[in-house]
Each structure stands twice: as structure tokens, then as C-alpha cells.
Design a protein around this ligand. Structure first.
Ligand code: SF4
Length: 252
């Protein structure tokens, strides 16, 4: 069945204005609404009780970090077995590489007030017979993603880490493949609306061969992503984007 909607509301440039934010669901403040939603997510058992296909092979343990004040969203695939155990995202070699790619230290990366970490599937999906992580559960994004991002209207920069996040957050503007989508990074950054979506491959060692085949990614793309991440962390994102537009680095 086709996923619907393909593009969440924040891609239409819709932002909560001050009165919207104050009104909110039941009159709660933005963080109060977000906390209530996170509590719902952490109690979710959809993939156990109402799965699409085989049920989750273990008890759900959603791993998601979000504060209403966040300026950066890291949107990966799903927790692996180590993160399933720790409950903290990217506590693995992929996290070490991702932080290096984005020029963030651990304190910044795990500063929920500035960085939200919302994978496409919140629970570890289990392993394939040959020991690889299964893809994110199909149930998760349609159940939660639009609601979650409607409470994260301050996010300026969204890193779409891997194909599932790129398809969800870029919709029909994603390329035909992951490589084509990442190659289109200048166009992706230049799209109208917020958040700005920055596509990148998953930092897993499984992508080492991809990185060797595509040296332009580390040479050309990551330096720009690092500048934008730093600017978003330091509340200087709009000026930084304007500078890149004027320089022709990203699409005007
Ligand atoms: S993966 Fe998502 S939809 Fe499935 S049980 Fe976990 S939180 Fe719920």
C-alpha cells in the first residue's frame, strides 16, 4: 500500500506561529505536547500487536531523542543491536564516524536542546539470516513521523542518513538511488521550505566501498555540511545558508 502522505507538513513551509504554539493540543506548551507524544511513542507496541507482516522478534524499545528547541535533526534508519541494548542512539562505530562527518563532539551531538535524533524506525528491527540489520519497520514512520515533526518546527537542518530517510523527507525530489540523491545535495539544500534536508549515506562500515567509489562526498559535501551544522548549533543558520547561496555552492 502506498505510504501517505509522502511529504510531511513541515515541507510545505508551514511553521507554527506564536499563537498556534501557545494554543496547541489541550493548551499545553510546545515541550509539554512533545513530551506527551514521546510518552506515547515509548509505549508503542504496534509492531508487536498490529504488525505489517511478521511481528517484531523482541519487545519494542523505541529509541528517540527530541526537544522542542532542537535546530538539527539526525534522521537515520533504525537502532542496531548495540543501541537496542544501550537505549542511546549512535553509541557505535557508525556514531563515531557520523560525528566526525558533521564536525560535532559527543556533547554537542547528544545535546537534546539542539540536536534531535529521530530514526525512520524507532525500534531495533532484528537481524537478517546473514546477520545484517533489517530495514526500519514499515509501521513506524506512518504512525509517528508527521506528528513528531509537527512538534519540531524549530528544526532548521535535517540530515537524511540513508535511503529511507531521504525518500521520506525529500519525497518525489529524492533521486532514483541513494547515490543520485547524495549527488544532488546542492539541489536538496536549495529547496524551498524548512527544514533544509541534507542527504548523506549511512556511516556504517558496510558503506566503506561506497565511500571509496565516491570520494567527492568527503571532499566536497562534508565540508559544507560541517559549516551548516556548526551554524545551526550556534543559531547562525540563515546567514550561513545565504552565504552559500550567494557563493553558488547551493542552488539559489
Ligand atoms: S518500530 Fe515504531 S511503530 Fe514499531 S513498535 Fe517501535 S515505535 Fe512502534
Amino acid at each position: 500500500m502506498a505510504r501517505k502522505p509522502l511529504r510531511p507538513a513541515h515541507h510545505e513551509g508551514r511553521q507554527l506561529n506564536g499563537s498556534d504554539a501557545k494554543r496547541g493540543a489541550g493548551g499545553a506548551c510546545p515541550q509539554g505536547r512533545l513530551d506527551a507524544l514521546l510518552a506515547e511513542i515509548r509505549a508503542c507496541v504496534i509492531c508487536r500487536d498490529h504488525p505489517r507482516g511478521a511481528p517484531l522478534p523482541h519487545a519494542p524499545r523505541p529509541v528517540v531523542r527530541a526537544k522542542a528547541s532542537a535546530r538539527i535533526a539526525i534522521c537515520g534508519q533504525a537502532p542496531g543491536v548495540r543501541v537496542h541494548a544501550s537505549g542511546v542512539p549512535f553509541t557505535d562505530p557508525s556514531g563515531v564516524r557520523l560525528r566526525a562527518w558533521l564536525g560535532m563532539d559527543e556533547a554537542e551531538f547528544y545535546d537534546e536542546a539542539r540536536v534531535t535524533i529521530v530514526p525512520m524506525g524507532f525500534c531495533f528491527p532484528g537481524l537478517t539470516p546473514d546477520g545484517a540489520d533489517r530495514p526500519p519497520r514499515r509501521e513506524c514512520a506512518p504512525a509517528w513521523r508527521d506528528r513528531l515533526f509537527s512538534e519540531l518546527s524549530g528544526v532548521e537542518l535535517l540530515f537524511a542518513v540513508g535511503r529511507p530517510a531521504q525518500l521520506w523527507h525529500l519525497g518525489s525530489e529524492a533521486g532514483a538511488t541513494l547515490t543520485a540523491t547524495v549527488e544532488g545535495w546542492r539541489r536538496a539544500l536549495g529547496r524551498a521550505g524548512r527544514p533544509v534536508v541534507a542527504p548523506l549515506p549511512h556511516p556504517s562500515w558496510r558503506n566503506n566501498a561506497w565511500l571509496r567509489r565516491n570520494p567527492w562526498f568527503e571532499a566536497e559535501v562534508l565540508p559544507v555540511y560541517r559549516v551548516l551544522a556548526r551554524a545551526a548549533l550556534e543559531s547562525d543558520f540563515t546567514r550561513s545558508m545565504d552565504e552559500f547561496r550567494r557563493a553558488g555552492t547551493i542552488a539559489a
